[in-house]
Design a protein around this ligand. Structure first.
Ligand code: TRP
Length: 453
């Protein structure tokens, strides 16, 4: 076991490599696909404000805690939690946190891969001129055609799963660092071009108002829960993904500084995506609450109309696919690391087992968009149910547990040593992780239960 732990536990080649990988995990479909459509569904400005507050007040301190715990434990989340609980003389049942995280990552990847498949399908639609001189109705028809075709979706979902598992089987360092190094700046650049186009669309101001003028009458407890859940989702928190990445982090690196960078980059990408998309929604009289299809029904319009749109369209969906890939890797890494540590498998074997299981779940998700769309539980189809269960319940619960463990259970001497922060910085972190994060998550949960009762 010790030998094996060491072989899996290669370290990142540098602080920069860790930043790239963690940013690659954070920046993904959550920023570009999910943030705009849930903002649309929840009325805009007020929702965005709550989301930003959650990133700053909960996301950042919890990310610091999760990376710190990973680096101290240096194993898969389940085994890390076991070790840390022992070190703190705490109940060994804390390792169930690792289990919940592993299951959450697995459930998320089940639908994440399907959406990533949509963006792969769109690379080809863009390539073959699908976005040319199209109006909003034609673009919508293009999306509906994909939604109604289980075969197309399963095909792309399968291709995506194979590529993901191929990358994961080579280990976190092979290839990943290079991919992120190139794609992050490129994605950023393309988003700026799209924002530039949005400025010329005529409804730019209306889009900005929608995003940044809060109207609190538009949100309720459920919207607040969605905003909080999304803060966890978009930063990849609460399920051990960042914990595993932290476990590969060299000892001398400043965790807090690294976290600020990751959270900052992640937030900027999401806001840029929103700024690029909403002016188009208003300029073309589309519905702000059109749901998961939102970016697929708006951005092609921009590509259809702007100079060089063909090239930008292909590039954009290609980059979205890469962004999804670097996130997916971190969703499955805890499961793979655990199978390797505990089930005597090598990485390729672990990838095959977990990949096949995830693929099957994804096929069911594909059906939930067409032939099974009538089958709902609590009014939600399988996709919506998985999303709600993971982003709104499991991740905040995981985050709550991480906050409680790192703030109240772990010895302060241990966390202080690992974080190596200046005195004041450490105190701010302690305050947020002990007195702000746990009550905040708890209160939001209570509020939502109150709404249901
Ligand atoms: N953060 C990613 C996104 O925004 C998704 C993701 C990757 C994730 N790893 C995670 C979400 C771990 C929760 C937990 O697209």
């Amino acid at each position: 076991m010790t030998d094996k732990t060491q072989t899996i536990h290669s370290e990142w080649s540098s602080r920069f490599a860790f930043i790239l990988a963690a940013t690659g995990s954070a920046v993904g479909l959550g920023n570009i696909w999910k943030f705009p459509y849930i903002t649309g569904e929840n009325g805009g400005g007020a929702f965005v404000l709550v989301y930003l507050l959650c990133v700053a007040g909960l996301g950042i301190p919890i990310m610091i805690a999760e990376i710190m715990m990973g680096r101290r434990g240096r194993q898969s989340p389940i085994n890390t939690m076991q070790t840390l609980a022992q070190q703190a003389d705490a109940d060994s049942r804390w390792h169930y946190l690792g289990w919940m995280g592993m299951i959450a990552g697995f459930l998320i990847l089940g639908y994440y891969s399907v959406i990533a498949g949509w963006s792969m399908a769109y690379i080809f639609k863009a390539f073959f001129g699908g976005f040319f001189s199209s109006d909003a109705t034609e673009i919508k028809a293009l999306f509906d055609d994909l939604m109604n075709s289980p075969i197309q979706q399963i095909f792309w979902h399968s291709v995506f799963m194979v590529i993901t598992m191929q990358v994961v089987s080579r280990g976190v360092r092979g290839g990943l660092e290079k991919a992120v190094n190139f794609f992050m700046p490129a994605l950023f650049f393309l988003l700026l071009i799209l924002v530039g186009y949005a400025m010329s669309s005529g409804s730019y101001q209306q889009g900005l108002d929608f995003l940044f003028t809060p109207d609190f009458s538009k949100i309720n407890a459920n919207a607040v829960l969605t905003a909080m859940g999304h803060a966890f989702f978009t930063l990849s928190l609460g399920m051990g993904a960042i914990m595993v990445y932290g476990s590969y982090l060299p000892g001398h690196v400043s965790i807090a500084k690294t976290t600020f960078f990751i959270a900052g980059a992640d937030t900027i990408v999401a806001l840029l995506a929103g700024i690029a998309i909403f002016p188009l929604v208003f300029a073309n009289n589309l519905q702000v609450d059109s749901g998961p299809g939102l970016i697929f029904q708006t951005l092609p319009l921009a590509f259809g109309h702007m100079g060089g749109g063909w090239l930008f369209g292909v590039l954009f969906f290609l980059l979205l696919f890469v962004a999804a890939l670097t996130s997916s890797i971190s969703l499955i890494e805890p499961t793979v690391a655990w199978l390797v540590e505990n089930k005597d498998m090598d990485r390729p074997q672990a990838c095959i087992w977990s990949g096949v299981a995830c693929w099957l779940l994804g096929v069911a998700v594909v059906f939930s968009f067409n032939i099974w769309s009538g089958h709902t539980f609590f009014g939600k189809n399988l996709f919506e149910l998985l999303d709600y269960l993971t982003a709104n319940l499991m991740l905040p619960l995981g985050g709550l547990a991480i906050a409680v463990f790192s703030g109240w259970i772990m010895k302060t001497s241990d966390s202080a040593q690992e974080l190596a922060l200046p005195e004041q910085g450490y105190q701010i972190w302690q305050f947020l992780i002990k007195f702000v994060a746990p009550p905040a998550v708890f209160l939001v949960f209570l509020h939502v239960i109150g709404v249901f009762l």
